[in-house]
Design a protein around this ligand. Structure first.
Ligand code: SF4
Length: 171
């Protein structure tokens, strides 16, 4: 009887059940801790193509100080970044480059479309060579409207993204 209880098959079943219980017990707190780290250390790639980028510059200065919301301004390479902020008009010629930048970033990654041009093509919507929004090329998480959006709007968009990250499940 004792021999059967500790057979290799039983032992494997017990270990897998135990690991299931452990994963369920740790999933919520661990997920919270990992998401907390992601929320407060977003490393952005700035895709600066037009005037909206000036407002990002303003948001990064001492008056608005976007870094206090966890947007870290310095980055080394695309492989360290987890956020693209598209700041301005994106032309059809530039679209594959935008996708290339996105593809080089590790998962999980996020996209903010900043300003009317990035969202819909803006003033240039009728132009033959301007994209009617970047969401056909990369999956946009947050749209920040305006022409250009003020720094406060950009900060609000960042906070919306942070809420989304907090609610996301760890894969
Ligand atoms: S949305 Fe307005 S401010 Fe921003 S890039 Fe387009 S024209 Fe310039």
């Amino acid at each position: 009887m004792k021999k059967e209880l500790v057979s290799p098959t039983n032992f494997n079943i017990m270990v897998s059940k135990l690991s299931d219980i452990l994963v369920r017990a740790l999933d919520a707190p661990l997920g919270y801790a990992i998401n907390w780290g992601r929320v407060w250390s977003l490393w952005p790639v700035h895709l600066e193509t037009a005037c909206c980028s000036v407002e990002f510059g303003a948001a990064s200065g001492p008056r608005y100080d976007v870094e206090r919301f966890g947007i870290i301004e310095a980055f080394g390479s695309l492989r360290q970044c987890d956020l693209i902020v598209v700041q301005g008009t994106v032309t059809r010629k530039m679209a594959p480059r935008l996708r290339m930048v996105y593809d080089q970033m590790p998962e999980p990654k996020y996209v903010i479309a900043m300003g009317a041009c990035a969202i819909t093509g803006g003033l240039y919507i009728d132009s033959y060579n301007v994209l009617p929004g970047v969401d056909g090329i990369v999956p946009v998480d947050v749209y920040v409207p305006g022409c250009p959006p003020r720094p406060e709007t950009l900060i609000q968009g960042t906070m919306l993204l942070q809420e989304k990250i907090k609610r996301s499940k760890i894969k």
